[in-house]
Design a binder for this molecule. Structure first.
Ligand code: KIV
Ligand code: ZN
Length: 535
């Protein structure tokens, strides 16, 4: 069978079961070390996920901080179609806070979880299974008192004896849970085991037909996507996943892999999702940009090389017929052929059209700034590609409203050392110039910035990525700063790598300043938390 047409033809749509796509990029994804996003970035990601047809957006963990609470509330208010879920531990204060945040949504969901495995019960919770079942009864009932749609998760389900798991699931359904999630929290299961677990629980638990079963897989053994698909065979009809596979430790099942596997192998996977797959690359780029986590070149579906054919034999085949080496059409996931867009003679109208085509809608001021930067870029760079414009606009969007900006930078580098940087910054409307030496030009640049803007933050990531090919390519730099448990990621793009680095560093400092004003607080007596802590 022809791989590219099989998805549409093999099984008619009506015969295929609808799989609910639950995106947790903003919760489990954001929880991965160093991937924190700002309020505005979360809103931007949620808007795109909703437009892309994701069924459920887990928008955050409302009790974790005021910032999380506000982001979940605002996403709940703004979202048009998707169900908005918030996460809550099995603690009354968590559930109440979560209910408060999601209540603004057209379709709110409370997602509450508790550990069920012997190892978690013994070392983390210090509770017996009977005590956990009491907790399930109370917390699921409390959540159901607040919203109609309640998801309950058995944390570490895959290391829970099946009899214990069935007792917990039965309690959750009896108390009104409408979705039952059985996570492979530690990424330990094999596909056969995971499928069998769903089959057994669904067969054995009275009332299982009243709930939708959900898979939530972590990628510690690289099996998250395979396990999620196996869960469908076992009876699950919801998959929890993230863009780019972001998530705790090795990450979660990747949304783009799950969705494209279902679409491409409809002959083997008789399911359908509501995701508009041509938006996958756009979503991947946005999440990579706001999280500061670059997408590896050979990442399935959305990696830069996912549709690149390097070897002579492959190129020869591709020239004769794409299907010789491509099982998906690049346009079905949103990959455009790299095209030369415009040069320095292109006008406002053409630029506006190009932005529309790339999915950007800018206000008047932002448009004028972006156009000015485009003209400047076209003067400096021979070929301007779509990727250049995307990098430029994303840089513009991420730095909008920042009170401190890089105005000019001169760096003296080379073998002689010490390297020296002279920087001018606009600090709340006043221009300040300082210079500093460093071990290398990047160090000198960051030292010069610190001499204008003193801080104690530690640099935990510095990453450079060339936007296109060629030595005149724009550099996109990501910088992550950490200070007293707060993390901020900044980005900058420029044809000069050092200017891009300075912009990224200053952008991260701006975000850190905002975070300092939004402290991690205790809510209703709960300590600041990370998932997995003792309840
Ligand atoms: O991995 C996990 O178990 C989780 C739960 C909170 C659903 O993320
Ligand atoms: Zn998880």
């Amino acid at each position: 069978m022809n791989a590219q047409t099989s998805s549409a033809d093999a099984v008619s749509a009506s015969a295929r079961d609808r799989v609910i796509i639950f995106d947790t990029t903003l919760r489990d994804g954001e929880q991965s070390a160093g991937a924190s996003m700002t309020y505005d970035e979360k809103l931007q990601v949620a808007e795109l996920l909703d437009a892309m047809g994701v069924d459920i957006i887990e928008a955050g963990f409302p009790i974790a901080s005021i910032g999380d609470f506000e982001a979940v509330s605002e996403i709940a208010r703004n979202t048009q179609n998707a169900v908005i879920a918030g996460l809550a531990r099995a603690i009354p204060a968590d559930i109440a806070r979560c209910g408060e945040a999601v209540r603004h949504a057209r379709r709110p969901r409370i997602h509450t979880f508790v550990s069920t495995s012997p190892i978690h019960l013994k070392y983390q919770m210090n509770k017996s299974l009977d005590q956990v079942i009491e907790i399930i009864n109370a917390t699921v009932a409390q959540a159901r008192g607040l919203v109609e749609d309640v998801e309950w998760s058995a944390m570490d389900a895959t290391r829970t004896p099946i009899d214990d798991l069935c007792r917990c699931v039965e309690a959750a359904i009896r108390c009104g849970a409408t979705t039952i999630n059985l996570p492979d929290t530690v990424g330990y299961a094999t596909p056969e085991e995971y499928e069998a677990m769903f089959r057994q629980v669904i067969e054995r638990v009275p009332g299982a037909d009243k709930a939708i079963f959900s898979a939530h897989c972590h990628d510690d053994l690289g099996l998250a996507t395979a396990n999620s698909l196996a869960a469908l065979r076992g009876g699950a009809r919801q998959i929890e996943c993230t863009i780019n596979g972001l998530g705790e430790r090795a990450g979660n099942a990747s949304l783009e892999e799950v969705v494209m596997a279902i679409r491409t192998r409809a002959d083997r996977l008789p399911y359908v999702t509501g995701v508009k797959t041509p938006m996958l690359v756009q979503a991947s780029r946005l999440v990579s940009a706001v999280s500061g986590f670059a997408v590896q070149y050979n990442k399935a579906i959305v990696g830069k090389n996912a549709f690149a054919h390097e070897s002579g034999i492959h190129q020869d085949g591709m020239l004769k017929n794409n299907e010789t080496y491509e099982i998906m059409r690049p346009e079905d996931v949103g990959v455009r052929a790299t095209n030369l867009v415009m040069g320095k003679h292109s006008g406002r109208h053409a630029f506006k059209e190009k932005l529309k085509e790339l999915g950007f809608e800018l206000g008047d001021n932002a448009f004028e700034d972006a156009f000015r930067r485009f003209k400047d870029l076209a003067d400096r760079k021979k070929h301007v590609y779509d990727e250049d414009i995307e990098a430029l606009v994303e840089d513009e969007i991420s730095s909008a409203g920042e009170s401190v900006k890089v105005m000019a930078l001169t760096v003296i580098a080379g073998t002689g050392g010490p390297q020296k940087a002279i920087i001018t910054m606009d600090v709340n409307g006043t221009h300040v110039t300082k210079e500093a030496n460093g071990t290398g030009p990047v160090d000198a640049t960051f030292n010069a910035i610190t001499s204008i803007w003193p801080h104690q933050a530690k640099l935990s990531l510095y990453q450079v990525h060339a936007v296109t090919e060629g030595t005149d390519a724009q550099a996109e730099v990501s910088v992550r700063l950490e200070e007293n448990g707060r993390i901020a990621t900044g980005r900058g793009a420029d044809v000069d790598t050092l200017v891009a680095s300075a912009k990224a560093y200053v952008s991260a400092l701006n975000k850190l300043t905002v975070r300092r004003q939004s402290p991690i607080v205790n809510v209703a007596g709960a300590e600041p938390i990370r998932i997995g802590e003792r309840v």
